[in-house]
Structures are given as C-alpha cells and as structure tokens.
Design a protein around this ligand. Structure first.
Ligand code: GDP
Length: 479
C-alpha cells in the first residue's frame, strides 16, 4: 500500500514536469515532435528522377514490364549485376534521364502506402492488355490513381498478340474516363510489348516528358526526408528496408526516426546490391541498421543525435497512449449507453408484461389455482428500491424453469409495498418479496389481517434461497 502511494506521487510529479517545465529547453525537447520542414522554395529545387508505380489488371503484363525495364537499364548492362528485389529500382536511359520504379506491382502496396499517408509515386503506369481491354482491376487502378491525384500514363501492352486491338482498348479506356491523346484527350498511351521489349524506349521517354511537365524536383540539402517502400527481415543482414529519398541526401551514419522506431544507417545498397555512398532525392536505397522494422508508407526523418531520436519517439509514444486512452473511453461509454438502452427496453418489456398480468389481459395471465390443478404454483410479487436491483432480482428469477412447480410473477415494481400489492397477493395466493425496502406499519398490518406473507431481503441469493424453499414446500405438499 505504501509503495503504491509512493508510486502515484512520483508519477504525479513527473507528469507535472511535462505539463509545466521549469526550463524551456527541456520543454522543447520533451514536447516537440519532428515534422517535415516547410516546403522548399522553387529556386532550391533540383530535378530528380520521377517515381513510377505500375498498376493494372492481373495478367496484363505488369511483372513482365518491370522485368523488361529493369534489364533495359544501361547501368545494368555495364556492370552486369543481378538485380535483387528490394522494392524499387532506378534505370538510366540512353538520354541520361533516370526513372525510379517501384517493383511491387498491383494496388495492394499502393493502397497500403496511401493509407499510411506517404505515397512515393509521381506517375502511375496503367498497363492494359490490348487483347483483353479494360477489366475490373483496370478500373480499380484508375480509381485509386485518381483518388490519390497521381497522373496516369497508359501502356497498352501485348501489341504483339494476334488478338491485340489497340483502337478498341483506347475506346474502352475513353468510356471509363481515360481520354488518350489520339482521341483528343491529354493522357499519353504507348502501345508496347513487354514480352518482346517493343517500344519500351518510347514508354520511358514519355515518362520523362511527363516528369518534366510535372516539374518534378527536390531539395537535396538539409535533413533527410524519405518514405519506406518495403521492409524485410534478412537472416544475415537483419532488419532491412527500402526507402525512397524525398529530400536531403542520405548517407552512412545518418540517424533516422520512423514512427516510434529509429535507425542508424550502417549500410546503403541499391537494387544491384552495390554499396552506395549517398542517396539523393528520387532514388531508392536499402538501409541496414534499423532497431525495428518500419512499415511501407511510413515517413522517415533525419535527426541530429540519437538522444533527439529517443526524445521524439517518447513524445510519439505518449501521443499514441493518449489517443488509445481516448479511444478506450469512447468504446466504454458507447458500451455503457448500449447496455443502459438495452436494460431500459428489457425493463419496459417486463413492466408491460406485469401490467398485462395485473389487468388479467395477457396471454400468460396467472390463474387462480384450482383445487384440481395437479401442478403446484408459486405466485410472486417483487418490489424493490431501484430499477437496477429490481432488474437483478428478476434476472435471477428468470432462470427458474421446472415443470414440477410453476412460478408466476404476478406483479413487480419499484417502490414501497402498496395496498394494491397486498390485494393482488391475496387474490392469487402469492408471496410479496420486498427487496431493499421497508413496509409502512399500516401496510404490514393489512398484510397480516389478510394473511399475506411479505418477506424482506437485501441479498439476492438469500431471496432466491427462500423462493427455492417455498417451491420445495409446495412440492412436499403435493406429495
Ligand atoms: P501481371 O499479372 O500483370 O504481372 O502479368 P505478367 O507479367 O505475369 O504476365 C502475364 C502473362 O502475360 C505472362 O504469361 C506473360 O508472358 C504474358 N505477357 C506479358 N506481356 C506480354 C506481351 O507484351 N505480349 C504477350 N504476348 N504476352 C505478354
């Protein structure tokens, strides 16, 4: 007990410090989180590679296209490296332009990232097979890109297929709100064959053009901002995650905060597994050095020191704890309200039953026991001080069910035992159970004169025991 009190006092004092710090610098550290800096000025922006996500219906060729693009990179041709799946890769075009592709095709990754708030995508390449046209997931991809306000570029794939029909595909796209340039719209549509590597240059140049139109740029200086695109646990390297840098320049030794976890960059690698010295905006890198695995879509921010990282994480954890408490409080009060409503309805229902019985109108109206009725009956009237206890008593009595002795609740209610109750008890040869209440002397006398039993209880199980005894005595009488 003593220990508990000390604990309360101590934690109370700690809370006071957070709420009212004596020293301003301490307050700043404790109370502040880090957020991305204000947007960079246009003059500070340097061009960066666009980040592209490939989407579309299943089997329309997304994976084949990504494979073809990965192998089209002249960098890869020069070094002959084998690409690994790290969630993203960059290609260098013959023109020298660069494009970063997220290589988890499909919209699951896209929506997961969007749900977490950070969507590292500048352009969506919508793959539509020319021999199949617009299908269910094509529509879904269009909807998702539009909702996320990401411009679409169409790749009409499988033009090598004998069943390919480019015009029909364009027409179908128009019908679902994707107006391609050829039909007077402003969306670029490039006919390609991912399998035969046809027109891939045209597709990538169209992406570069689109990026120029979007004036994609970023500030490569200052603290790093990045977004997680994939995470995994490697048996040898530990916790790995691929990020795409959005601002600043990522280097070995940088201290990063992501959600409520942190990391210190031990190694940076590209999709070929080569070690990178630094990563500028628009490029992906696999980071080794996380304490916990971050999730796709989470924002990564650089801080100056590990202490600062820990402080920020503490602030975030506190925020989460407060939010959770608030959510719990909402759930609890909703449950209480629901319970109260249910309870009132139940009570009203029971009251209405009681009234029926009282007026002898209801289908289950109690019958005055006839001498020749073979089943003994216990007729009850229950009165109680408040709704809650009345409900509890009735609930317990409700569980009684035996064919050998009937139990009829003639009447019940909140409040003192009344003359009416006694009259009812006399008529039906019933017993009055008074729970948590006393009886005025005149009522008590009236009961005695009319030979009506009033029994007083303030503990439910004792009342129930008494009911059982009454039932037993009726069964014995029967024998
Ligand atoms: P995903 O489900 O969208 O990733 O589709 P895949 O890339 O797995 O391709 C599905 C099938 O279509 C595979 O059998 C591919 O070989 C085939 N395919 C992909 N692109 C082309 C193409 O340009 N022409 C033809 N004829 N087949 C293709």
């Amino acid at each position: 007990m003593k220990v508990l009190q000390q604990g309360i006092r101590r934690s109370g004092r700690r809370m006071k410090i957070i709420a009212k710090p004596n020293n301003n610098t301490e307050k700043e550290v404790i109370d502040s989180d880090i957020y991305p800096r204000p947007l960079a000025l246009k003059s500070e922006l340097k061009p960066r590679p666009p980040v592209v996500t490939v989407m579309g219906h299943v089997d329309h060729g997304k994976t084949t296209l990504l494979d073809a693009l990965r192998h089209s990179s002249i960098v890869e041709q020069e070094f002959g490296g084998i690409t690994q799946h790290i969630g993203a890769f960059s290609v260098v075009l013959e023109s020298g332009a660069r494009i970063t592709f997220l290589d988890t095709p499909g919209h699951a990754a896209f929506s997961a990232m969007r749900a977490r708030g950070a969507l590292a995508t500048d352009i969506v390449v919508l793959v539509v097979a020319a021999d199949d046209g617009v299908m269910e997931q094509t529509l879904e991809s269009i909807r998702m890109a539009k909702e996320a306000k990401v411009p679409i570029l169409v790749a009409i794939n499988k033009i090598d297929s004998p069943k390919a029909n480019i015009e029909r595909t364009e027409q179908m796209l128009m019908e679902v709100g994707i107006q391609v340039e050829k039909l007077g719209g402003d969306i670029q549509a490039i006919p390609i064959s991912a399998l035969k590597k046809q027109n891939l240059g045209q597709l990538t140049e169209a992406l570069v053009l689109q990026a120029e139109l979007l004036e994609i740029g970023a500030d490569p200086t200052g603290p790093v901002e990045a977004v997680v695109v994939e995470s995994k646990l490697d048996p040898n390297k530990g916790k790995l995650s691929t990020v795409i840098v959005q601002r600043g320049t990522l280097r070995k030794g940088d201290i990063l905060v992501v959600g409520t976890s942190m990391g210190k960059v031990r190694v940076l690698r590209d999709a070929e597994g080569s070690i990178m010295k630094e990563v500028t905006p628009g490029y992906p890198a696999e980071i080794e050095g996380w304490k916990d695995l971050p999730s796709p879509g989470e924002q990564v921010l650089q801080v100056e020191t590990e202490k600062r990282a820990r402080d920020v994480i503490r602030v975030r954890q506190n925020k989460i704890a407060v939010e959770k408490q608030q959510q719990d409080a909402i759930v609890i009060s909703e449950k209480q309200a629901h319970h109260e409503k249910e309870y009132k309805e139940k009570l009203n229902y029971k009251r209405s039953l009681g009234r029926y019985k009282l007026k002898n109108e209801g289908p289950r109206k109690p019958e005055i026991p006839k001498d020749d009725d073979p089943t003994p009956t216990l007729n009850l009237i229950v009165k109680s001080d408040v709704d809650g206890t009345l409900e509890a008593v009735l609930d317990t009595l409700d569980t009684y069910n035996s064919p050998e002795c009937k139990m009829d609740l003639i009447h019940y209610g909140v409040g003192a035992v009344s003359e009416n109750d006694i009259e009812l008890a006399q008529t039906f040869n019933g017993i009055i159970y008074a729970f948590n209440i006393n009886c005025p002397t005149n009522i008590q006398e009236m009961a005695e004169n009319l030979n009506v039993k009033i029994k007083y209880f303030n503990i439910i199980y004792k009342l129930v025991d008494d009911v059982k005894e009454e039932i037993n005595s009726r069964l014995l009488q029967k024998e």
